[in-house]
Write a protein that binds this ligand. Structure first.
Ligand code: AMZ
Length: 277
């Protein structure tokens, strides 16, 4: 422990000591625009920008360390549709980008990773062809994450237009065996609603598996982010923030200061205000 090591450590060291959460801004693409859906419903879309590249650059400029990019047309049709936009976003950014939506075969996944996408997010194929996920995980170590999107604990696929009987936790366990680098766990009923994340569901998932879980769906405030910190020790290592950034309920720099790199709660409490004076 730092505090028992005699010489007083510098504040800078202390604030960088903890493991920060990844706060990952999301851009969802529909017909080349940056949109948000309500509970994933394609009929309830709100356009936030005609220029996703500018939006991505703004998140990067505000300190984002990852970008989450979803091709909603791709998730609906079964193959990436917004490839030009995805390529333009990847080219415009220094930070890594993870992309999902319509990655259902090896060719598409390879194509996307060759564009410079750091991680491909596989959803539907995890249910429909888990062996392919396993093969891709071997072929692209650390570059395949699985997006598990659930309604009342059951996995939804194909743009969330279909719900299976499979329990999210069971699929997650199978995907750990397949070699997935992480699970992005989305609560569909919270997504786009600003109702706060489903903490019990995330806890159950993180306790059930051994790889990092990235929380998604419902995040609405800095308080929500701070609440997620309670799950950090069981493996919730990141959080995706979508709508709240666009409605300005959350300012990204503030979110990063709250739970991201250099966050204040890593300062031992007894240093308190005197150390900061
Ligand atoms: O909002 C939706 N209706 C939606 C959405 N955001 N449908 C799918 N997706 C995302 C998943 C995952 O990142 O969260 O698309 C990806 C999965 O796509 P696919 O084509 O692999 O099932």
């Amino acid at each position: 422990m730092l505090r028992s090591e005699g010489a007083k450590p510098s504040l800078e060291k202390l604030v960088n000591e903890g493991k920060p959460m990844d706060v990952i801004p999301a851009i969802d693409l529909l017909e080349g625009r940056c949109v948000r859906l309500y509970q994933g419903d394609y009929d309830q879309s709100q356009v936030f920008s005609e220029n996703p590249v500018e939006v991505a650059k703004a998140w990067e400029a505000q300190g984002a360390q990852w970008l989450h990019l979803v091709d909603l047309d791709g998730a609906k049709t079964g193959q990436p549709v917004n490839l030009e936009t995805i390529a333009a976003v990847v080219d415009a950014l220094e930070i890594p980008v993870q992309v999902g939506g319509g990655l259902r075969d090896r060719t598409r996944v390879t194509q996307l990773l060759n564009l410079g996408v750091r991680r491909g997010i596989l959803g539907t194929v995890a249910i429909e062809n888990p062996d392919l996920v396993q093969e891709l995980c071997q072929e692209f170590p650390d570059q395949i994450v699985v997006g598990i999107d659930a309604r009342e604990g059951r996995v939804a696929t194909r743009g969330w237009l279909e719900t299976s009987e499979i329990l999210a936790v069971d699929l997650a366990k199978r995907m750990v065996t397949a070699g997935a680098a992480a699970i992005i766990y989305t609560d569909i009923q919270r997504d786009g609603t600003l109702q706060g994340p489903n903490i019990p569901m995330l806890r159950e998932m993180a306790e059930a598996i051994t790889i990092p879980v990235i929380a998604s769906g419902g995040v609405s405030s800095i308080t929500d982010l701070l609440n997620l910190l309670a799950l950090e020790e069981i493996g919730v290592t990141g959080v995706i923030v979508g709508k709240a950034l666009y409605t300005e309920d959350i300012a990204l720099p503030e979110a990063l200061r709250a739970v991201g790199p250099g966050r204040w709660q890593d300062v031992p409490p007894d240093l308190g205000s005197s150390a900061l004076a």
